[in-house]
Design a protein around this ligand. Structure first.
Ligand code: AMP
Ligand code: MN
Ligand code: MN
Ligand code: MN
Length: 286
């Protein structure tokens, strides 16, 4: 399968912090010309059977997916898993543990917001959380926009919920090696999500990719809604240097919030090995 396939292997549903159901995402992906799709909810695989059934229904090829929150070098890094068995106990248990601290973190975030004159944020955010086990900063952002504290979610993340700003609670997520092991043991491939988004020095980034490979990670997102065209080039070079397969995905969350829609991305550079070539036997044909 070629680098020109319209694969979108990164997006979110109401099972994490997206606003659409898995079924609505499948229809939207199909309408936008996607050939191969994956739903990658944060720290959750509870939507996988629905997504696969919906993909079949609309005639889309499907790879199972998730996006695991990891702490590496005091920074939150996201690792996408693709093509795994969604019922594998190591993965199911690992993700359940990763989701575990979110409720208390959200209460601590709300407490900080009270201190700056914003009451009711925990209950307010919970209204937007389709999955009570997965209350995220995105749900707080929607509450802060809805109540008029901020104009849009990007203003929220400039003024609140990020390091040094009110509502930021440091959190210890999964270990890099554990996340890769859960994905790999379940038969899938681990992929570094949107590498340009992390605030790493070149040395720290090199350490991330070296350790990622040493633990058995095999892919990197090159073309993503989170990267600029210059970053597509930079991570094409990095994928070739580290001999990693390349992935492509919009990171679509919501029609009103996401600037990159499902399937609307440039193709991967033809020199790259796409992740879908290495995962060919894991693809569910429609
Ligand atoms: P959490 O996993 O609860 O820390 O929430 C992380 C989520 O917040 C990400 O997956 C994004 O959906 C959202 N997010 C983080 N930073 C930003 C930003 N600068 N602009 C918009 N959304 C963001
Ligand atoms: Mn998100
Ligand atoms: Mn992410
Ligand atoms: Mn994402």
């Amino acid at each position: 399968m070629s680098t020109t396939l319209n694969a979108d292997l990164h997006c979110h549903s109401v099972v994490s912090d997206g606003t659409l159901t898995p079924e609505a995402l499948a229809s939207r992906a199909k309408a936008n010309g996607v050939d191969l799709w994956s739903l990658t909810d944060h720290d959750e695989i509870g939507g996988q059977h629905r997504a696969l059934a919906a993909a079949r229904e609309v005639g889309l090829s499907y790879l199972t997916g998730t996006e695991i929150s990891v702490t590496f070098a005091h920074t939150t890094v996201h690792i996408v898993g693709l093509g795994f068995d969604p019922d594998h106990p190591a993965l199911v248990q690992g993700l359940k543990a990763t989701r575990g601290g979110r409720d208390q973190r959200a209460k601590d975030m709300a407490e900080q917001l009270v201190a700056v004159g914003i009451p009711g944020a925990f209950e307010g955010a919970l209204v937007y959380a389709g999955n009570p086990e997965l209350i995220s900063r995105t749900h707080f952002a929607r509450f802060l926009v809805e109540t008029g504290v901020c104009q849009d979610t990007s203003e929220v993340f400039r003024r609140y919920l990020t390091e040094g700003k009110p509502g930021f609670v440091p959190h210890r997520w999964a270990k890099l090696g554990d996340a890769i092991r859960w994905i790999t043991q379940a038969g899938g491939m681990a992929v570094v999500a949107h590498p340009a988004r992390y605030d790493f020095t070149p040395t720290e980034e090199y350490a991330l990719f070296s350790e990622f490979k040493a633990h058995g990670g095999q892919g990197v997102e090159v073309v993503t809604g989170s990267h600029t065209p210059a970053e597509f080039i930079r991570y094409t070079d990095l994928a070739l240097e580290f001999d990693l397969a390349a992935s492509r995905g919009s990171d679509f969350h919501s029609p009103s919030e996401s600037h990159c829609d499902l399937g609307e991305l440039p193709p991967l550079n033809a020199q790259l090995t796409p992740v879908w070539e290495r995962l060919a036997d894991r693809i569910h044909a429609p």
